[in-house]
Design a protein around this ligand. Structure first.
Ligand SMILES: [Zn+2]
Length: 196
């Protein structure tokens, strides 16, 4: 199933009038103190205009880190592939990576895959780009310059700079087999969601 824009809200099953959210089975690490046991509360509110929103509240009782976010319920947590086209310099599309969400920007030739101890990640396109930049620069610093790997990474850095300076359009692809990730675009026209 290929669909332009955001996934259907109807993909979430309803029980006793409320949506059933996929259970969070993994221990969540706190992004600040790195301790296990971050508490995630998810609440769905129905707005007067008929839209439902999901409020996510993250709380760490070890370091008192607290963060909340609001997501349109059209962004159901379905397993699938989100392809976001970034061709207008807007880096503010929100991205939520679950523990199994892998990211790719083909134009830069880079992927960020999840490790076994991965935690969730709330960020936006700019946050992803900066993460890639850090990884590329680290790789270039620590790899011998006469290797093909260094050459490839150096090419990636050139493409990265074009993308980051908004001179090159690119696609951000988020794949999640377990359905714990989503992209909340500022403009629905820029995204295509394909369910697995
Ligand atoms: Zn903490």
């Amino acid at each position: 199933m290929v669909k332009k824009g955001i996934p259907e809200k109807a993909s979430l099953s309803k029980k006793n009038g409320t949506y059933e959210l996929p259970a969070i089975t993994k221990e969540i690490l706190c992004p600040v103190c790195n301790e296990k046991g971050l508490k995630m509360t998810r609440t769905i509110y129905s707005l007067p205009d008929g839209d439902d929103v999901l409020i996510i509240l993250l709380e760490c009782n070890k370091c008192n880190y607290k963060k909340s976010d609001m997501v349109s319920m059209f962004n159901a947590f379905k397993p699938g592939e989100y392809v976001l086209t970034v061709d207008d310099g807007d880096f503010t599309h929100k991205i939520f990576r679950g523990a199994r969400g892998d990211l790719e920007i083909p134009e830069i030739g880079m992927t960020i895959e999840r490790g076994p101890a991965a935690t969730f990640d709330f960020t936006n396109v700019e946050g992803i780009l900066l993460k890639m930049k850090t990884q590329l620069e680290f790789f270039l610093r620590t790899t011998p310059t006469d290797t093909i790997e260094w050459q490839n990474a150096n090419e990636s850095l050139k493409s990265f700079n074009e993308a980051y300076s908004k001179q090159m359009a690119f696609k951000l692809i988020l794949r999640d087999k377990e359905g714990g990730s989503y992209i909340s675009p500022t403009n629905e026209e820029k995204m295509i969601f394909t369910a697995y």
